[in-house]
Design a protein around this ligand. Structure first.
Ligand code: TYD
Length: 201
């Protein structure tokens, strides 16, 4: 029996990490995150997100995140899914396509190909993208921005446009959830969307 892989996506400040945790609780799923989720992945995360460390060039950034993803798939995602567990991951392949592909301008197809190699083809069964308006983002974005979050407003607009393009291109595998409102309101929307798209096996 194989579990289901659900990826949470969205720009920074959407509240997606909170919602990923709540859905994982609701489903009794394994909760994990990227970049990270493994000991090596967490080291790579700190290298790539540290605002004061050595800054990788854009292609190196894409490859470091992909290396963390390869480790994550091999050590966490595949074993859990093969054991029949559902897995909720806070960010996955679409983050790379949105941030490195659209945001950094490395190209959506090129970045998707790097992730296909890293994951050996493991795709999410459902991608939940949380969208919020600008005022909510400003409220939720904390003061301590990571190196990638510091890239600025235009970068952020490209990331959001990238998510929209992906959601439009694959409406069966993607669901866009309105992230405005209280945590509970959004959690109910997420749960309803997931129940509709991914009925219990
Ligand atoms: P985020 O998931 O928002 O974590 P936190 O809860 O600590 O804010 O931050 C992860 C950062 O990594 C975010 O700036 C987006 C970036 N990122 C990419 O650029 N590409 C990727 O493929 C992934 C997984 C993350």
């Amino acid at each position: 029996m194989t579990g289901r892989l659900i990826a949470f996506e969205g720009a920074d400040g959407t509240g997606k990490s909170t919602q990923a945790r709540l859905l994982a609780d609701r489903l009794g799923a394994v909760l994990t995150r990227e970049p990270g989720g493994t000991p090596l992945g967490e080291i790579l995360r700190s290298i790539v997100l540290d605002p004061v460390g050595v800054a990788p060039v854009d292609r190196a950034e894409a490859l470091i995140i992909a290396a963390a993803r390869a480790q994550h798939v091999a050590e966490v995602l595949r074993p859990a899914l093969e054991a029949g567990r559902d897995v909720v991951t806070d960010r996955y392949i679409a983050s790379s396509v949105a941030y490195q592909g659209y945001g950094r301008g490395l190209g959506a197809d090129e970045v998707a190909a790097v992730s296909a190699f890293a994951t050996d083809g493991l795709a999410a069964d459902l991608v939940v993208v949380i969208e919020v308006d600008e005022a909510t983002t400003a409220e939720r974005l904390g003061g301590d921005l990571d190196r990638i979050e510091q890239a600025g407003v235009d970068f952020r607009s490209r990331v959001i446009a990238g998510y929209r393009a992906m959601a439009d291109a694959e409406p069966d595998r993607w669901v866009v959830v309105d992230g405005n409102g209280t945590v509970d309101e959004v959690a109910d929307r997420v749960a309803a969307a997931v129940a509709e798209r991914l009925p219990a096996p």
